[in-house]
Ligand binder design. Structure first.
Ligand code: GUN
Length: 300
């Protein structure tokens, strides 16, 4: 078996960002608004800080306005809800992203429910979750779809073209990744299996799959002998593990070298799905700004 094609998520994301930037300029030329993204970070988790910073920087690079809200870890749920209510009413804000996880004293379900579904660029509001759950096969995604799942689906369609009739295995049932990925694959006419920690004989299920999406958060969990020759493997995991030199490195949920020897296509970590997430957030923000101006969604 030859070596798999390594899917260049970094390059695809750069192209998507470039098209979103062009969409921002086109919107301005039509007399439309400057898309505005508000990010909200409660507390000072260093990883979250890095994510939020990169979102703000990316928005500015694409010609969007970015509003960065930093709240202390001791912020009450009521104070956070008050900020969201203000952002919901602010006409300069088209997208609101509340960085997760939130401190333990704040109920994330209550916070996500408070975000205006038309500004919910994460696609986590129950109304948008429900729309994704009821979209027709091949139907329009004219509402915000969670960014990482959207990125996974864009990469798959770019690499494979039609996914129709493919056997797809999604490993992980999280509301942030596994479930929305499964919904998008179902919309693309895959036969979808969702596996989780109680699934029996996962390797056997995996060996049947044309497409495997790993989103479980366990380093190098998916092994080479789980993969059907020529299958496409998408690795959503980002795990920091100790390296031989005493430092740490990032690995995915897939044992990359083993899988790359068998698969047809595989995403690397880093440089696979990761860069797609932020690019899709920019895509969602552009689309919601268009919608606020009464303009239709555009494929970019
Ligand atoms: N934390 C980790 N990933 C995400 C994401 O996609 N959206 C939000 N809001 N928080 C996150």
């Amino acid at each position: 078996m030859g070596k798999a094609n390594v899917i260049d998520g970094k390059a695809f994301a750069a192209g998507l960002r470039q098209r979103v930037g062009a969409g921002v300029a086109a919107l301005a030329a039509e007399g439309g608004p400057k898309p505005g993204l508000a990010t909200v970070l409660v507390g000072d988790d260093p990883a979250s800080d890095v994510y939020v910073r990169s979102k703000g920087r990316m928005a500015a690079e694409l010609g969007m306005a970015s509003f960065d809200h930093r709240l202390p870890a001791a912020t009450t749920e009521a104070e956070l809800l008050e900020l969201i209510a203000r952002l919901n009413l602010d006409p300069a804000v088209h997208g609101i992203l509340v960085q997760l996880p939130l401190p333990r004293h704040i109920d994330p379900a209550k916070v996500l429910l408070a975000i205006d579904p038309a500004k919910d660029v994460d696609g986590f509001h129950p109304s948008n979750v429900g729309r994704l759950g009821s979209v027709a096969p091949g139907g329009p995604l004219d509402f915000p779809v969670p960014c990482t799942p959207l990125g996974v689906s864009m990469l798959l369609q770019d690499v494979l073209g039609s996914l129709s009739g493919s056997d797809a295995l999604v490993i992980g049932r999280s509301t942030l990744v596994g479930r929305p990925v499964a919904q998008l694959l179902l919309r693309a006419d895959c036969t979808v299996t969702i596996a989780h920690s109680r699934t029996r004989d996962l390797p056997a299920l995996s060996r049947r799959a044309d497409i495997v999406v790993a989103a479980i958060g366990r380093p190098q969990f998916v092994r080479g002998d789980w993969i059907k020759p020529g299958a496409t493997v998408i690795d959503v995991g980002i795990n920091r593990v100790a390296a031989a030199d005493g430092k740490s490195r990032l690995v995915g949920d897939v044992a990359f070298d083993e899988v790359a020897a068998v698969a047809g296509h595989v995403t690397p970590v880093p440089g696979g799905v990761g860069p797609m997430t932020v690019a899709c957030l920019m895509y969602n923000t552009l689309q919601e700004a268009r919608r606020a101006a009464g303009l239709p969604f555009v494929a970019v």
